[in-house]
Ligand binder design. Structure first.
Ligand code: NAD
Length: 429
């Protein structure tokens, strides 16, 4: 890996501050040999197009003034405007935002959406602030990054600790500064402000669609197939319900409160109701509580990590007896675990493909905002399914052609599309 070369490292990051950006650079190094003549342009992927650091001064409820640091990074916009969430977290760093922006470039290109990749964040613990303070912080941040965002430039969306309300404040602030209501500047908005039907379930539905495609590839019939799901929130809960509706047997679910198992199949709707009423699945009837170790070692056709990053590691990967892992979460499998799963013949459908349903429906939201013409939920789901199927087919075909994992194939597909655009656009001036 050539991190020592002067070109790989932006001057504002020391080698010790690389963090997730270092991981991303290593992934690009790994796919470079597969990029053919486009490898000439690969340096483009190793530097963000724009990185903006902003100061956010606000008056707190107690009358004192606080300053927060905010970021917006546009990693690449060769194929279209930047797209990516805004994260509120006390540990957010520029390096992390750069890596998340770069992974958005790969994801939008791998799924063939006409977007680049971007990401934003504020170094703040939102749980320490009132709603009024969060609104003022969000509005000042939006105003500060207003010079580089816009419906044709860069379109933020919710991420960790931000939601539809945050997007409504961002949309309003941008619109006030522009002097015109501009719904298309953010996605993930409330439906009443031009949000899209189907957005809430989109990521879980995408996981379900690529899961069905991968199962078909492996000669597995979804009807009667066993499914194990870690994380029972927006992504995991939706995916579990859709698999059950399709005739699969969800035999185990894990959330932060429990691991539950029933070899005849859990009742997903009861689990969802229980989790909503009690804040977790622990205590749902007709299910046996099992240990974390037993959960990971269950024999199953499909295993869906949909909770956090770094859940499948060198420690539990050797015990996994799943035919297919579908990554609902971002980064749930460590590189060492990836190698172990591959050696044991488990197919891994990578996050940049498997959880791209959310950004795909964000794309639909943006298109609807532009045309001011809103689609039905059935139309949204139909188009989402078509795009996810086609994305799966193209990644699976590249994987077969080069004899590589679907993760490497998704990177080859994404990087090639970005660099093709770079090449035909040429350099200005
Ligand atoms: P969520 O908050 O709705 O649900 C998270 C679930 O994970 C909950 O059931 C929680 O109990 C469980 N969980 C938390 N800590 C856990 C632990 N230590 N062990 C086991 N389970 C634990 O979140 P979500 O929106 O479903 O997101 C899940 C993952 O999917 C995240 O990695 C997220 O980045 C990724 N993702 C989400 C979207 C989206 O549209 N929501 C899009 C792309 C990727």
């Amino acid at each position: 890996m050539s991190l020592n070369t002067p070109h790989a490292l932006p001057s504002y990051l020391s080698k010790h501050e690389l963090g997730p950006w270092g991981t991303y650079l290593e992934q690009v190094e790994r796919v470079t040999p597969y990029l053919g003549h486009l490898a000439k342009w690969v340096e483009t992927l190793k530097r963000p197009k724009r990185s903006l650091i902003v100061d956010i001064p606000v008056e707190l409820d107690n009358g004192t003034i606080a300053h927060f640091e905010g970021y917006r990074v546009q990693h690449n916009t060769s194929r279209g405007p930047g797209k990516g969430g805004v994260r509120f977290h006390q540990d957010v760093t520029l390096s992390e935002v750069m890596a998340l922006a770069a992974w958005m470039s790969i994801k939008t290109a791998a799924v063939n959406l006409p977007f680049g990749g971007a990401k934003g964040g504020i170094r703040i613990n939102p749980h320490n602030h009132s709603r009024g303070e969060l609104e003022r912080i969000t509005r000042r941040y939006t105003s500060e990054i207003g010079v580089i965002i816009g419906p044709n430039k860069d379109i933020p969306a919710p991420d960790v600790n931000t939601n539809a309300q945050t997007m409504a404040w961002m949309m309003d602030t941008y619109s006030m500064n522009e002097g015109a209501t501009t719904t298309g500047v953010v996605t993930g908005k409330p439906i009443s402000l031009g949000g899209s039907l189907g957005r809430v379930e989109a990521t879980g539905r995408g996981v379900f669609v690529v899961g069905c495609e991968a199962a078909r590839d492996q000669g597995i019939n979804i009807e009667g197939a066993r499914v194990v799901v870690q994380g029972f929130g927006n992504v995991g809960g939706t995916a579990a319900r859709l698999f059950q509706e399709a005739g699969a047997k969800v035999i185990a679910v894990q959330d932060h409160t429990a691991c539950l198992h029933n070899s005849n199949g859990l009742d997903v709707l009861s689990l969802l109701k229980h989790a909503e009423e009690h804040g977790g699945i622990a205590g749902t009837p007709n299910a046996e509580a099992i240990s974390h170790d037993d959960f990971w070692a269950l024999e199953t056709e499909l295993l869906i990590p949909a909770a956090l990053e770094g859940q499948i590691t060198a420690r539990n990967a050797p015990t996994i007896r799943a035919r297919i892992v579908i990554e609902g979460a971002n980064g749930p499998t460590t590189p060492e675990a990836d190698d172990i799963l591959a050696a044991n013949g488990t197919l891994v459908v990578p996050d940049v493909l498997a959880n791209a349903g959310g950004v795909t429906v964000s794309y639909f939201e943006w298109v609807q905002d532009f045309s001011s013409f809103y689609w039905t939920e059935a139309e949204i789901n139909h188009r989402l399914e078509a795009m996810m199927r086609s994305a799966y087919a193209s990644v699976a075909s590249v994987a077969r052609e080069h004899g590589v994992s679907q993760r490497t194939a998704a990177f080859i597909t994404g990087c090639s599309r970005i660099l093709e655009a770079r090449e035909v656009r040429g350099l200005y001036p």
